[in-house]
Design a protein around this ligand. Structure first.
Ligand code: GDP
Length: 456
């Protein structure tokens, strides 16, 4: 158990509800609560054997302020690994804050964001990737997202990384012994086996990387931008996908001047959707800023909905958009199928692949669009029980591990010495240990938990 101050925070959302929970963790948790909580049984929380709910009253000085149930968990068998009390009081915003103030007045300190989970990590209750699973579960949207995040929390990724790492560690240890003690009777390294182990490990890591975008799309969502020249129907499409009039629709070009964002769930695929200003040359200063933002969105989004107007011939602006989209994950959409066809779709399809034909105005083609999105982002048959990466930090660790293993394979191809190959494998192991937190710096750990909410 780490030696820490006793911390407290409200763990339920700020709002009026039936119940509010205040969580307290640390060595002094029971004694602090005993100063203002009196159980009807007359027993103190400090004398509780734990894993019991104690019903009683909360006092501010002489005055009872609420009836509450305190649940007692004894170290090390608690979420944080420390003594924990969870006060279940009535869920008024003022009331929960007042009781939290009592907890502070009696000796606890405010918990930082994610500090409960950080303590769980520091006390060996979970590795970093599981802690990040907690975060994914809290922010998961949709059925698939909850399943995938729950599996993360259960250790699907930890187990996979452990498996890859132990295969690498065993060859690394063997190589180190062989290089360091050449005179000892250490079995020679079988190059074929070594190559096989490294290639297998790299394939497993690359598989995790290839599932990253789809994994994000089922859990927390991916950035998707609706782009196109003015008046092709971007805002109408945005409204169709969000299910309400989020963007202003008019026949006046340049109506949408800034990026409008909304999160949508398309059959389990979560998109952080942006409706952007129509891309065109303009003398209007404000519109120019909007057009620049559209370009930036297009550059940074994981998925692009490139919208074209079927009822008009393609223009230079359409051709410019096609060029900007090439090489990206793009869904070309040909809108206004209810009108007479003028555009030559083959020009778009030659460069960007098959178009989805829709009429954003009356919703035609919506199902086909959802299906295409799920296919392109890979959420359709996404296996939520398989290991997946939960965030950018984990993705970068895997990218680094994969790059080191590629260097190891190159080193073998060039016939370099075993110690050179060993250095590359060690690099991959270090990257994977950083992912699970076994070798992560304090700064990395702090950064992970900073992204949590207070009370978790
Ligand atoms: P944006 O500038 O690309 O965002 O385009 P808007 O969504 O504002 O639409 C521009 C105009 O096209 C409006 O008058 C819409 O009503 C019209 N529009 C959008 N989608 C369709 C469609 O599917 N069919 C028809 N006929 N008109 C559409």
């Amino acid at each position: 158990m780490t030696e820490n101050k006793t911390i407290a925070a409200i763990s339920t959302p700020m709002g009026t509800g039936g119940v509010g929970i205040i969580r307290i963790s640390g060595e002094e948790a029971f004694e602090i609560c005993d100063k203002f909580f009196k159980a009807f049984s007359g027993r103190t929380l400090a004398s509780s054997e734990g894993y019991r709910a104690h019903y009683g009253r909360i006092f501010d000085g002489e005055n009872a302020v609420d009836e509450a149930i305190c649940i007692v968990f004894r170290a090390p068998h608690s979420y944080t690994g420390e003594n924990v009390v969870e006060i279940n009081c009535h869920g008024g915003v003022f009331l929960t804050k007042k009781i939290l103030r009592l907890v502070f007045d009696n000796g606890a300190s405010p918990a930082a964001p994610g500090e409960f989970t950080k303590r769980a990590f520091l006390n060996g209750k979970m590795d970093l990737s599981k802690a990040e699973g907690v975060m994914s579960l809290i922010s998961a949207q949709g059925e698939q997202g909850v399943n995938a995040a729950y599996n993360l929390l259960e250790g699907s990724l930890s187990r996979k990384i452990e498996e890859i790492n132990s295969s690498l560690l065993s060859v690394a240890a063997h190589m180190a012994a062989w290089v360091d003690y050449p005179d000892d009777e250490i079995e020679e390294i079988d190059e074929t086996n070594l190559r096989k182990t490294v290639i297998n490990a790299k394939n497993e890591i690359d598989l995790l990387l290839s599932r990253f975008d789809s994994g994000m799309a089922v859990t927390t969502g991916v950035d998707a931008a609706i782009v196109g020249k003015p008046n092709v129907g971007k805002s109408t499409l945005m409204n169709l996908l969000t299910g309400y009039d989020r963007s202003i629709v008019t026949s006046v070009e340049g109506t949408t001047r800034d990026v409008i964002e909304e999160t949508v769930n398309l059959n389990g695929c979560i998109l952080r959707l942006s409706d952007t200003a129509g891309m065109r040359e303009t003398g209007d200063e404000v519109e120019k800023i909007g057009v620049d933002r559209s370009r930036k969105k297009l550059e940074r989004s994981a998925v692009i909905f490139a919208v074209f107007d079927l009822s008009r011939e393609l223009t230079d602006e359409d051709m410019e958009l096609i060029a900007l989209c090439e090489g990206k994950t793009v869904i070309p959409i040909i809108n206004k199928t209810d009108l007479e066809k003028q555009a030559d779709i083959s020009i778009i399809e030659n460069k960007l692949g098959k178009c989805v034909a829709i009429s954003a105005k009356d919703g035609e083609g919506y199902d086909e669009l959802c299906e295409t999105v799920a296919n392109i982002i890979g959420t359709k048959d996404f296996d939520t029980s398989a290991a997946m990466l939960a965030n950018e930090r984990q993705r970068i660790c895997c990218e680094n591990a994969s790059a080191s293993l590629k260097e190891a394979i190159d080193a073998m191809d060039f016939g370099l010495t075993l110690d050179a190959i060993g250095v590359c494998i060690d690099g991959a192991i270090a990257a994977l240990l950083e992912l699970t937190g076994q070798k992560a710096s304090e700064a990395v750990v702090d950064e992970v938990f900073r992204q949590f909410c207070v009370g978790k």
